[in-house]
Design a binder for this molecule. Structure first.
Ligand SMILES: [Zn+2]
Ligand SMILES: [Zn+2]
Length: 268
């Protein structure tokens, strides 16, 4: 199988999320979420070797501001370069987000629904539902011509059967690994917030991410990046260790890395 797709996680964590999925054969790509400032967006695209002028679309997973707060400034920055990507968001997400509402009428905005298969930047983007305390939330399976697959899932309290099916057979996997359960319960958050994070509509723990990775080990899988690592309830070391342990125990060769809040993490 041709290694055709690349994932550039521009930032990941509770202070801001954005990632580019690129068809490296053509240089075209899509942006998943935009919760970072214009300067970081352009700087990290450059660092990744991705030309933002080749952005065909922006996909919004859900309306939480760590995924949407940079949409306006980045879209205006792109427009100055003559780049006008289509923005895809669920209608419930559009209704719940003032960042997205502010974009209405300034760009081509289209509906995003779970079950959709969108043709974008030479890829097929399959949309699947996630389980999160948002108006609506989703993850993506990207497939390139020739069969290369990227799985992308963040902000979900559990891995549903639908999500697991969509992530199967990925060569590159970007998977939420938000918190260490002990650090969460022993940590500084008020009890209702702890309960929310740990709930089925919250975020995946390191242990849940490891369990899902174990179920997704395949001959195709080459690289895994842990996403949305909590600043308060996790460290950058723990998710890497939890995921690497799964890979090592299975005698698998997949490479594990952890995406950062303040730096680029690419998979090719
Ligand atoms: Zn969220
Ligand atoms: Zn988030």
């Amino acid at each position: 199988m041709e290694r055709r797709l690349a994932v550039h996680v521009l930032a990941s964590g509770s202070r801001g999320n954005a990632a580019v999925v690129e068809d490296a054969a053509t240089g075209a790509g899509v942006l998943v979420d935009c919760g970072i400032c214009k300067r970081d967006f352009f700087a990290r695209c450059e660092e990744a070797g991705f030309d933002p002028a080749r952005l065909a679309a922006v996909l919004v997973t859900h309306e939480h501001t760590d995924h949407t707060k940079g949409l306006g400034v980045v879209m205006r920055g792109l427009a100055k370069l003559g780049v006008e990507p289509t923005v895809y968001a669920d209608s419930a997400v559009r209704a719940a987000s003032k960042e997205i509402a502010a974009l209405e009428g300034t760009c081509d905005m289209r509906e995003l629904r779970a079950g959709d298969a969108l043709s974008l930047a030479g890829m097929q983007a399959h949309v699947f539902r996630t389980s999160h305390d948002a108006a609506s939330s989703c993850g993506f399976r990207f497939e390139a011509e020739g069969g290369d697959v990227v799985g992308f899932m963040t902000d979900t309290g559990v891995v549903t059967g639908e999500a697991h099916e969509a992530l199967r057979g990925a060569r590159l996997l970007a998977l939420e690994s938000n918190h260490d359960e002990r650090m969460l319960w022993d940590g500084p958050y008020p009890y209702p917030v702890k309960r929310r994070v740990a709930s089925d509509q919250g975020h995946l723990s390191n242990a849940q991410a490891a369990e899902e990775l174990k179920a997704l080990l395949s001959d195709a899988l080459e690289q895994v990046t842990a996403l949305h690592v909590s600043q308060n309830n996790n460290t950058y070391r723990l998710p890497g260790e939890a995921l690497a342990e799964v890979v090592e125990r299975a005698g698998h060769s997949a490479r594990v890395q952890v995406a950062r809040q303040d730096g680029l993490a690419s998979m090719r």
